[in-house]
Design a protein around this ligand. Structure first.
Ligand code: GLN
Length: 298
């Protein structure tokens, strides 16, 4: 049983070129971020049809900015891989980008109601969600992992039965534990990092959460570690209203273009490379260490 290397806390965000657009950002921030980021290959953006989004000229993306390196707070702004993808999509469509930061389980309702045009939140494509929204083509391969305290007697998924397990409310980790782990007590937290703090404090025996945020959280929570064996294989994609096929097509076209022109690799390398972001923000944040919901699973 090996630990993932705790390389992430070491390098500070100061060294990073971080997009300041997004939640809390103003439109001038957005413009600044657009200039900072690598110019698109064709050097320009297309004019989007007037009715492509709920509010003309604006692309609103919903997220839960507690999920580094995909979305997290940097001062007043929301930054991360998804924030940069949202900015790029907006840039290509000639739309002003706005971010709505909300509880994870509010994102799909926001997309369904038209409050947000896109849900971009490290969101796993999942059959239940597909009943309510369309998903773009996937842009990340991901999966759930298990976090335990150093010296824990939990060495693999088989040891989770009967344990108290922390998850982030409404996520695929929550779903997995609730449906698959016999006699587990499931403690649900609003923020993933709160669940990791609970394992650190001995309040829960393990946490089941997505792999990349897990690395960042563990790097900020002394005495915790990730078990080697991933629990699930998942794909992240962008949620779009079932009533907006035109936007879905544009998003898929732009995602494909980002794969081809190297933009996606550039963004992911920036956040997932060895010099990836610090989670000092996350650890410094005040959080309740009380679960918002507890149930017994399977
Ligand atoms: N990938 C997980 C899900 O879709 C968690 C996402 C998140 O917490 N932002 O449920």
């Amino acid at each position: 049983m090996k630990k993932f290397k705790k390389v992430f806390a070491a390098t500070v965000a100061a060294s990073m070129l971080i997009s300041m657009a997004g939640c809390g950002g103003t439109s001038s921030d957005t413009a600044e971020a657009t200039t900072e980021s690598t110019a698109s290959a064709d050097g320009g953006s297309e004019e989007a049809p007037a009715d492509l989004t709920s509010n003309e000229g604006i692309l609103i993306w919903a997220t839960n900015a507690e999920f580094p390196p995909y979305e997290y707070h940097e001062g007043d702004a929301v930054v991360g891989i998804d924030a940069e993808i949202a900015d790029y999509i907006g840039e290509q469509l000639g739309l002003e980008v706005q971010c709505e930061d909300m509880a994870f389980d509010s994102i799909i309702p926001a997309v369904v109601s038209g409050k947000a045009d896109l849900g971009i939140a490290g969101m796993t494509v999942d059959p239940d969600r597909l009943e309510n929204v369309n998903f773009s083509d996937p842009y990340v391969n991901a999966g759930q992992v298990i976090i335990v305290a150093d010296g824990s007697d939990i060495a693999s998924a088989d040891d989770l039965a009967g344990k108290t397990i922390g998850v982030q409310l409404g996520t695929t980790g929550d779903q997995y534990v609730t449906e698959n782990i016999t006699d587990a007590t499931v403690e649900r937290y609003n923020k993933g990092f709160e669940a990791v703090q609970a394992v650190q404090q001995g309040k829960v025996d393990a946490v089941v959460i997505d792999g990349e945020p897990a690395k960042q959280f563990v790097a900020s929570a002394e005495g915790t570690m990730i078990l080697d064996e991933p629990l699930t294989e998942e794909e992240y994609a962008i949620a779009v209203s079932k009533d907006n096929e035109a936007l879905l097509e544009e998003v898929n076209r732009i995602l494909a273009e980002m794969q081809e022109n190297g933009k996606m690799a550039e963004i992911t390398n920036k956040y997932l490379g060895d010099d990836a972001v610090s989670t000092d923000e996350a650890s410094a944040e005040e959080g309740s260490d009380e679960a918002v919901e507890t149930t017994t699973a399977a």
